[in-house]
Ligand binder design. Structure first.
Ligand code: NAP
Length: 270
């Protein structure tokens, strides 16, 4: 990891699906930069282990809350526990996704289409809805303090889309389309939440994680993917953590509604 700063001192960050892979690396980076971290995923044991791992790495302010992102009660609890413990929410990273099908879109079952929409797109919206309704205490405090008629200045949301959102590949077509939706959602939410809350997105290339192992675990496929990059390698979870930390930090204070492609130069868009 390159030398890192302390851009999140005094900030509170929630990262969904953060017990391993990209989500964990995002939480790790924000935590090492000084943020108080809220880890979450579906399984208590994974949550406990990830919290311990971060503590062992020197991130002292970290709690874990179980949250399956499509469970409304658990989403509410995630935000409530955060506010109870740390009093506010400065950064929300919506990182959870499912990819339950390798079928063509036409042949994907209704129930699978629903699940993809529910977890990959709708949960991000609902999480933010809870975020903006749970924050009134903090908003009121800041209102009184700064006379600002909005949420705390500098709050940031980062969504995790995918390079697959630009050109949905045949083997994960509908998943890709849900990620395309996140590119649009980023623009729309940025407009709704402006001017005080910025909303941005990253589109990772291929990163060898559990989620991507059905592709990156295949030696031939992996070589093909590496060849599609300009940098001759797949991404690392740390590459993604660094990109999210930039977008969530004040270094990106004039950037909103944008998607940063973090894919080693893989074809995406002009
Ligand atoms: P990963 O290493 O397999 O980790 C997945 C994490 O998500 C785990 O912590 C898991 O913990 C949690 N999780 C799964 N379903 C969840 C749910 N419904 N609610 C809450 N937590 C859930 O996956 P990853 O590769 O880091 O993927 C993270 C994000 O990056 C996804 O949005 C994915 O689309 C995106 N992405 C990945 C790649 C890649 O090549 N890896 C490329 C582009 C985009 P539990 O089992 O405890 O829930």
């Amino acid at each position: 990891m390159s030398k890192i700063g302390r851009r999140f001192e005094g900030k509170v960050a929630i990262v969904t699906a953060s017990t391993q892979g990209i989500g964990f690396a995002i939480a790790q980076r924000l935590g090492l930069e000084g943020a108080s971290i809220v880890i979450s995923s579906r399984k208590q044991q994974n949550v406990d282990e990830a919290v311990e791992k971060l503590r062992a790495q020197g991130v002292q302010n970290v709690i874990g809350v179980v949250c399956h992102v499509s469970n409304a009660q658990q989403r509410k609890n995630l935000i409530e526990k955060t506010v109870e413990k740390y009093g506010k929410v400065d950064v929300v990273v919506s990182n959870a996704a499912a990819n339950p099908s390798t079928e063509s879109i036409i042949n994907t079952k209704d129930s699978v289409l629903d699940k993809l929409w529910e977890i990959n797109v709708k949960a991000s919206i609902l999480l933010l809805r809870v975020h903006s309704t749970i924050n009134p205490t903090e908003i009121s405090r800041l209102l009184a303090q700064d006379a600002a008629p909005h949420m705390p200045k500098g709050s940031a949301v980062v969504l995790v889309a995918s390079i697959a959102g630009y050109h949905p590949p045949a083997s994960m077509a509908m998943y890709g389309v849900t990620k395309t939706a996140l590119l649009g959602l980023t623009k729309a939410l940025a407009s709704e939440m402006a001017p005080d809350i910025r909303v941005n997105c990253i589109a990772p290339g291929f990163v060898p994680t559990h989620f991507a192992s059905f592709i990156t675990g295949n030696v031939e496929l992996r070589k093909e993917l590496e060849a599609q990059t300009l940098l001759n390698r797949l991404g690392t979870t740390e590459d993604m953590g660094a990109a999210v930390a930039f977008l969530a930090s004040d270094d990106a204070s004039y950037i909103t509604g944008e998607t940063l492609v973090v894919a080693g130069g893989m074809p995406s868009r002009l």
